[in-house]
Design a protein around this ligand. Structure first.
Ligand code: HMG
Ligand code: MG
Length: 308
């Protein structure tokens, strides 16, 4: 069985990228059936063992809003010392308090580029979200924590339609100005296309932000995620979010489906000779194991091709 593609480098692309694995959080948050905390902990251990260095573990959001991740405390206790180095989502000060009580060192806030999604996902207006995040970032930074910021609906919104690039840049700049060290640009509903990705990254650069501070977060609803990664690579972006097995979706975003599968990304990068540090067979084995727990096959083309 072919387990890796032939490597044929292309001109003008970075030599290596960082994969920011969101499977245990973005991948699982949408699962209807509650998954045992032990299974989540084993998933995280397996992902780390497969060479993923950044694995977003869970969310300290309101348990009623995302019941699947209501076991955040139990999971972090189960992971022990290793878990403290893994990023976790915190929407507000209550979330930060919960994360800090467990010794978490890396937190992520998640804002919206649109008014409607800010309201649906955070119960705040577009403007009010910044007031919610400001003390979170300040207190986290004062305590020496690293803060990532997500922006959702960067390429389109199911309620508002097209989202102007300037609006995304303005929201992103405000989140970076609060003190976030990295901004992940989310295509929450998977409507981005390659030209749009290049234009958005260039708009951030033209507005004075560093390409090295940006990450791209694609969902694969329309099968465009890898094409969008290629556009991101050409635009100089070296951090990509992905979810093992292609699981995922946002419970508060109509029509959001699975994230870019980490296996598909790893196959693609390997073919281009771009370093990523991940053991693809180990990752495929992990997603196949998880699919057994979820009771359905992984939607990732690479997992399907390699697990037969
Ligand atoms: P709210 O109802 O406005 O909260 O929800 P509140 O501040 O009014 O507080 C109400 C009660 O909730 C209070 O309790 C708080 O203590 C409690 P009471 O005093 O009434 O007993 N509370 C909390 N409890 C535990 N943990 C907390 C917390 N906060 C308040 N953190 C809130 C506001 C932000 C909490 C809510 O809207 C929420 O939890 N939203 C999370 C939604 C979510 O997790 N969405 C998915 C992640 S985003 C995503 O997937 C997109 C991404 O992948 C990128 C992309 O693809 O675009 C990142
Ligand atoms: Mg997402």
């Amino acid at each position: 069985m072919t387990e890796l593609p032939m490597t044929v480098p292309a001109q003008g692309l970075p030599d290596r990228v960082t994969i920011y694995e969101v499977g245990p959080r973005d991948g699982l948050q949408n699962e209807a059936g509650l998954i045992d905390t032990e299974v989540k902990a084993e998933l995280i251990h397996r992902l780390l063992a497969a060479g993923l260095r950044i694995v977003e573990a869970t969310s300290f959001v309101h348990p009623k809003w995302v019941p699947q991740l209501a076991d955040a405390e139990d999971l972090m206790r189960m992971l022990g010392e290793q878990g403290r180095e893994l990023p976790v989502l915190v929407p507000n000060e209550r979330g930060l308090d919960r994360a800090m009580e467990l010794g978490c060192r890396h937190v992520a806030i998640f804002g919206s580029a649109t008014q409607t999604f800010a309201q649906k996902n955070l119960n705040r207006s577009l403007e009010e979200q910044f007031a919610m995040f400001e003390p979170v970032v300040r207190r986290a930074r004062d305590a020496g924590l690293d803060v990532r910021a997500y922006v959702s609906m960067c390429f389109g919104d199911p309620w508002e339609g097209a989202v102007p690039v300037e609006q995304v840049v303005s929201v992103g700049r405000r989140l970076l100005d609060l003190g976030a060290s990295q901004l992940s640009l989310g295509d929450t509903i998977g409507v981005a296309t390659a030209g749009h990705v290049g234009a958005l990254v260039d708009a951030f650069a033209e507005a004075g932000m560093q390409r090295g501070d940006l990450a791209l977060h694609f969902h694969d609803t329309y099968g465009q995620a890898l094409s969008n990664v290629q556009a991101g690579l050409r635009a100089g972006i070296t951090t990509y979010d992905a979810s093992a097995g292609g699981l995922g979706g946002c419970p508060y975003a109509k029509s959001a489906t699975g994230n870019l599968a980490t296996e598909d990304l790893v196959w693609f990068l390997t073919g281009l000779g771009i370093e990523h540090g991940v053991d693809l067979p180990a990752l495929v084995e992990t997603s196949t194991w998880l699919a057994g727990h979820l009771g359905r096959p992984s939607p990732s083309a690479v997992v399907r091709a390699l697990s037969g």
